[in-house]
Design a protein around this ligand. Structure first.
Ligand SMILES: [Zn+2]
Length: 226
């Protein structure tokens, strides 16, 4: 267990809490029940009293941003998010290509689940440095969405890779075509991620394997695709 990293798990999607001397930061904010799962996880870790300073987003899909507005309002946390997914945060995502199906599902889900739109305090672009956790570098990994980005902690050779792939033991897979805006771009983004000097990756849709094991699964996915 990492002393300054807490993964909030749900059967569908995980998100992360990063702790440093300034307080806590979320990496994505979960889906249905996310706020409750977060409170419970913080309590179990003994972090309930630490201030939540910011929320950093990997991309604009509803299962990652559903709770952002409400958590930011309650805690005063700032929001930093990839610029190219701005239409998602505004609640008017433009889906093209095979992922149009996701657009239809989300348009049903937003009102049903009480999604509130928000405007990030900081727009993220490739190469930006976020002064959290001793430095997270934004790595643009488009294809899943236009803005989809990972966050590289150089100190630990660790990449938070969002939805670049899903990692569930034998069921590890790249996101199904229908969930991606651009399949070719996903392949390029996988290659880009694997070209980084890494010891591990942490995806959001994943079991409790180690970051090194997730990285091995990503490599074998890429090899299989040739
Ligand atoms: Zn996604």
């Amino acid at each position: 267990m990492d002393p300054d990293l807490l993964t909030v798990r749900s059967p569908f999607v995980n998100f992360h809490v990063l702790a440093d001397e300034s307080g806590l930061h979320l990496l994505d904010a979960g889906f249905i029940g996310g706020a409750r799962l977060l409170a419970r996880a913080l309590e179990r870790r003994g972090w309930s009293d630490r201030p939540l300073r910011g929320i950093i987003l990997t991309h604009g899909h509803l299962d990652h941003i559903l709770n952002v507005a409400s958590i930011a309002r309650e805690t005063g946390a700032w929001i930093a998010a990839p610029r190219l997914d701005a239409d998602h945060y505004a609640g008017r995502p433009v889906y093209r290509g095979p992922s149009r199906v996701v657009g239809i599902l989300e348009s049903i889900g937003r009102p049903l689940l009480g999604f509130k739109s928000f405007t990030p305090d900081r727009w993220l672009d490739d190469g930006d440095l976020i002064e959290v956790w001793q430095g997270l570098r934004v790595v643009h990994l488009p294809g899943h969405t236009a803005g989809h980005s990972g966050f590289l902690c150089q100190r630990r050779k660790l990449l938070f890779c969002g939805d670049l792939f899903a990692s569930y033991r034998a069921f590890s897979h790249l996101p199904p075509t229908v969930l991606n805006m651009d399949r070719e771009l996903v392949s390029l983004s996988v290659s880009r991620a694997l070209s980084l000097d890494l010891e591990g990756v942490i995806p959001n849709h994943a079991d409790a394997a180690s970051p090194a094991e997730h990285l091995a699964r990503l490599s074998s996915q890429a090899a299989r695709r040739g």
